[in-house]
Design a protein around this ligand. Structure first.
Ligand SMILES: Cc1cc2nc3c(=O)[nH]c(=O)nc-3n(C[C@H](O)[C@H](O)[C@H](O)COP(=O)(O)OP(=O)(O)OC[C@H]3O[C@@H](n4cnc5c(N)ncnc54)[C@H](O)[C@@H]3O)c2cc1C
Length: 415
């Protein structure tokens, strides 16, 4: 089949790579080059352990603080609050304990095969060196602080995530740069990361091109249909691309196109920021998650990346780089000896559903369209397994994971 893949971020690129393995011809549609949107600047963590949703029990108590502290780890811009309120209500409903356990089980299914699903496409792209399996350290100011997050860690453990408590002495021996600030850690040895998320995405995309994929640099605006089949993707400027099938992987911008092929999907953007310290003088060898600051620190090829922050302000508001300054200030607190003389800042749009699960499945109102978007905080982690499952769906094969929790129709049921 000739499949049009809308979006050339990590999800679209992985879908294309897996589709090509089945012999399909791929055309990417995107006004941007590969990895120029959210897949450019994320924290690069590839974590089978990242199976907890963003909404956790008791979160509703923190809503007033989100509104009052514009620079807190999670904030809602006042002007955007009425727009996002219905979404936040669904998000808080999904943070009930039983829901969290259900969601974590589904995410664990998607994330356990991270490396099995990346391995073959990275090998073909000659880019396995961009993926490391060095483990992640969740770090805390002390064991008492860690107790607040124990329930979530226990949910992870119950799903088979390997987690090992690490006392202060061992923590310092694993990562001497953490000395003095953190007294307790939890090691997730099976986690990995990429040394450059943009380079990893571009390597997969470039290999797809070598294997015959073509690209149309334009925004998709709609679909020409024949009965329930998409026969062409309509592009801005009135052009069309004829195709036998379509995969929608447009990240945070997918909702409008998805609406043409099914019921509404409550897709929201959680804007996140990074600071990359090019002058990195630390010797970190793990990904470090500073849980109390909600910040991930990852040593990468281009420097030390400090990433995090959740901001609800929509797709069009300009970035508030004061949030990136907060990340840098936290980084300096964590590592007083960090050389911050050369830094860059960035903001990206995480594509988020209220239940923290992506949408993966057949488009409800088309016989030859599939959805692959909404990966939120775990798009790098979940892209390759999403690609494998999309290829299974297109081929009519049995999915290798239970896709029911990711169904595009699940919000209709909830409504
Ligand atoms: C600060 C931060 C840190 C993060 N850290 C991690 C992490 O450590 N690990 C992890 O797994 N994830 C992380 N994420 C999340 C991850 O970056 C995203 O989930 C992932 O990049 C989403 O990929 P995507 O391909 O769906 O979207 P994108 O990379 O945003 O790509 C979507 C593409 O679709 C195109 N598009 C949209 N609409 C149209 C249209 N109508 N027509 C044509 N093209 C269209 C866009 O131009 C864009 O190129 C982080 C995110 C942020 C912001």
């Amino acid at each position: 089949m000739h499949i049009a893949v809308i979006g050339n971020g990590i999800v679209g690129s992985c879908c294309a790579a897996w589709l090509q393995r089945d012999g399909h011809r791929v055309t990417f549609i995107d006004p941007l080059g590969p990895a120029e949107a959210t897949s450019f600047g994320n924290a690069g963590s590839l974590s089978p352990s990242a199976c907890l949703p963003v909404g956790m029990p008791g979160m509703w108590k923190r809503v007033p603080r989100w509104l009052l502290d514009p620079l807190g780890p999670l904030s809602v811009r006042w002007r955007y609050a009425p727009v996002v309120a219905p979404w936040l209500l669904r998000f808080l409903r999904a943070s009930e304990p039983a829901e969290v356990v259900r969601i974590a089980g589904a995410l664990r299914g998607l994330l356990s095969p991270i490396f099995d699903c990346y391995e073959p496409i990275l090998q073909r792209a000659g880019a396995t060196s961009l993926m490391t399996r060095s483990g992640c350290l969740y770090v805390y100011s002390g064991p008492e602080a860690a107790r607040q997050w124990k329930w979530g860690m226990d949910v992870r453990r119950s799903l088979g995530v390997e987690l090992r408590d690490v006392g202060e002495e061992e923590l310092v021996s694993l990562e001497p740069d953490l000395k003095g600030r953190f007294r307790f850690g939890i090691l997730a040895p099976e986690n990995g990361s990429t040394t450059d998320p943009a380079a990893l995405t571009r390597a997969i995309y470039a290999r797809c091109e070598v294997d015959g994929a073509t690209a149309v640099r334009a925004r998709a605006t709609g679909f020409r249909m024949s009965g329930t089949d998409v026969t062409a993707v309509q592009l801005e400027g009135g052009r069309e691309l004829e195709c036998d099938g379509v995969v929608l992987a447009g990240g945070a911008w997918s909702a409008r196109l998805a609406r043409q092929l099914g019921p509404p999907v409550p897709l929201e953007t959680q804007r996140g920021y990074h600071v990359t310290v090019a002058s990195n003088n630390l010797g970190l060898c793990h990904t470090v998650m500073a849980v109390e600051h909600n910040m991930m620190v990852n040593p990468m090829g281009m420097g030390l990346r400090l990433a995090g922050s959740v901001e609800f302000a929509g797709l069009s508001a300009p970035p508030n780089f004061a949030r990136a300054d907060v990340l840098l200030a936290r980084g300096k607190e964590m590592f007083p000896h960090l050389d911050t003389s050369r830094t860059t800042q960035w903001m990206g749009h995480r594509p988020c559903l209220p239940d923290s699960l992506p949408v993966i499945g057949a488009a409800p109102r088309a016989g030859n369209a599939w959805f692959a978007f909404g990966h939120g905080h775990i798009g790098m982690c979940g892209a390759a397994s999403t690609g494998r499952e999309v290829a299974n769906l297109v081929a009519g094969r049995m999915p290798q994971i239970d896709l029911a929790p990711f169904a595009p129709t699940r919000f209709r049921r909830a409504a």
